[in-house]
Design a binder for this molecule. Structure first.
Ligand SMILES: *Cc1c(COP(=O)(O)O)cnc(C)c1O
Length: 353
């Protein structure tokens, strides 16, 4: 018996991630029609157009397309870090827990975790200053980089507003640190805060952003910084096998994705509706700031099984159940998810076993 369909004959509602979206017909058409060239030998015009537009949108001088956000972060950290360096990142950051330690074993930086003492996903400037320390004897690590994350995924899509971002960057600068920003969902932060994405990158040396998170592209991220940074980053991307040839077919999807940032507000509203619905049913939910709803349950694995049997797919995150809203889920899907929870568990409370 199929666990996904044994309690419902309709397809499962997929809240696992905003990466599960499939390119729609319009996106497939622009991909098929993209103008292309060999982007390793010289240039692919559609990748070039995307990089120029992304740089402008992110408020950075230059940008480089990468196949994934993980590669964008690795390219940036590898460019900034040397062996014997330490870098600071907020606890639970994607570069710390979801990239298999490549920041340490490939980029060569020893991570130091910062608590979220300024709010969800956010360290305080004081914590940055304290962790940065000074220069010690030759056998001590040199702290050289602060890696921020906005929105912070494991903190439930939490946003860092521009003023707090600026204070963190200033603290890092005073301590002589470079700053990288993992902005896989920077579009979501900008939407929630009603500011342009460039308002959230002020002062950083590099920023990574994804087109496959919520915007509907099947593949593609970008890493942006100075012209010199991108020159180095391009060599690193090539070393990592991220140089693709006629990548314009992929970049065309990313260009269309950039036209869809305004649609994210609807996902945020649906996340709030879902969170309120779950809270009404006695769930322990963190009120969402963007498109991610974290719910505390007594037993995460049991809750995942219960939800799966009800035709609701989710993933575990930070010891909780994570629901992610995205463009392939509608208002009706949120209503339907709550209906399935009511039908499956009587009072709506997820059965722990
Ligand atoms: C998803 C994600 C990434 C990595 O993106 P991929 O394209 O899946 O490699 C990086 N940082 C954060 C915060 C993410 O959520």
């Amino acid at each position: 018996m199929d666990a996904v369909t044994d309690s419902t004959d309709t397809p499962p509602l997929d809240f696992r991630s905003d990466t599960v979206t499939r390119p729609d017909q319009h996106m497939r058409t622009v991909m098929a029609d993209a103008e292309v060239g060999d982007n390793v030998i010289d240039t692919d015009p559609t990748i070039r157009a995307l990089e120029e537009r992304a740089a402008q949108t992110l408020g950075m001088p230059s940008a480089l397309w990468t196949p994934s956000g993980t590669m964008a972060n690795l390219v940036a950290l590898s460019t900034h870090l040397r062996r014997g360096d330490r870098f600071l990142a907020p606890r639970g950051a994607h570069v710390l827990v979801n990239e298999l330690g490549s920041a340490a074993w490939l980029a060569g930086g020893m991570p130091d975790l910062l608590d979220h003492d300024a709010g969800p996903g956010r360290p305080s400037p004081e914590a940055v200053r304290a962790a940065a320390g000074g220069t010690g004897p030759y056998y001590t690590l040199r702290t050289t980089l602060l890696s921020l994350e906005n929105t912070h995924n494991a903190a439930g899509g939490a946003v860092t507003p521009p003023d707090e971002h600026a204070r963190l960057v200033a603290a890092a600068r005073e301590a002589g640190l470079r700053v990288h920003l993992d902005g896989a969902r920077l579009w979501h932060a900008a939407t929630a805060l009603a500011v342009p994405p460039a308002a959230l990158t002020v002062g950083v040396d590099s920023v990574a952003a994804c087109f496959s998170k919520g915007l509907g592209a099947p593949v593609g991220s970008v890493v942006a910084g100075s012209e010199e940074f991108v020159e180095q980053a391009r060599r690193m991307r090539q070393m990592l096998g991220g140089g693709v040839r006629q990548g314009g077919v992929l970049a065309a999807a990313c260009l269309l994705a950039l036209d869809r940032v305004d649609d994210l507000a609807a996902d945020h509203a649906r996340a709030t509706a879902l969170a309120e619905g779950l809270a009404d049913r006695g769930w322990d939910v963190v009120p969402p700031q963007t498109n991610i709803v974290l719910a505390g349950v007594p037993d995460v694995n049991a809750a995942l099984d219960t939800l799966r049997a009800l035709g609701i797919l989710v993933l575990p995150m930070a010891g909780k159940v994570r629901f992610v809203l995205h463009r392939d889920l509608t208002d009706d899907d949120v209503t339907e998810a709550l209906r399935r929870i009511d039908a499956g568990t009587g009072d709506g409370t997820p059965s722990p076993a």
